[in-house]
Design a protein around this ligand. Structure first.
Ligand code: MG
Length: 165
């Protein structure tokens, strides 16, 4: 009999490129550069996808949504999240809460945190009280600190979905 609760962890990082939209959980923040990649390259959504998949022991984002496939070109973070929830539901799991940290030197995320959190909660179908997004700079250190990259980490907890005991 499987456990009633599970936790998972996720991490993602994308290069920042001039002219790309700066998007977190589907919400756009005005900035001269944004995360670059095959999809919308939103590291927050991708880290949460991996946390959810990890909690359900369903592998990782690259297995389910391979970058090599043209099918996922330009796919938004919230779309990946919705598809991940469907995979979880198929395995008898639903998300309970998500906590995440976005590592970003610029733009300053403080004024945008609550909006990002609300967008993430919407994409997950969770109440705002079950989703937390924190923002940290890297004190000028490393690829994030020098403005070359945007990273995120997340943890997610799951419970058995209704009817799954
Ligand atoms: Mg990614």
């Amino acid at each position: 009999r499987p456990a009633l609760h599970r936790v998972g962890i996720g991490f993602d990082i994308h290069r920042l490129k001039r002219g790309r939209p700066f998007v977190l959980a589907g919400g756009r923040i005005p900035h001269a550069s944004g995360p670059d990649g095959h999809s919308d390259a939103d590291p927050l959504s991708h880290a949460v996808v991996d946390a959810l998949l990890g909690a359900a022991a369903l592998g990782d984002i690259g297995e389910h949504f391979p970058e090599a496939s043209p099918r996922w070109r330009g796919t938004s973070g919230p779309e990946f999240l919705r598809r991940t929830l469907a995979l979880l539901a198929g395995a008898g799991w639903r998300p309970v809460n998500v906590d995440a940290t976005v590592f970003c030197e610029r733009p300053k995320l403080g004024p945008h945190k609550r909006a990002v959190e609300a967008a993430l909660a919407r994409a997950l179908g969770l109440p705002a009280s079950a989703v937390n997004v924190k923002a940290k700079t890297m004190e000028g250190l490393g690829p994030v600190g020098t403005g070359k990259a945007l990273a995120a980490q997340a943890v997610a907890s799951l419970a058995r979905a209704p009817g799954q005991g």
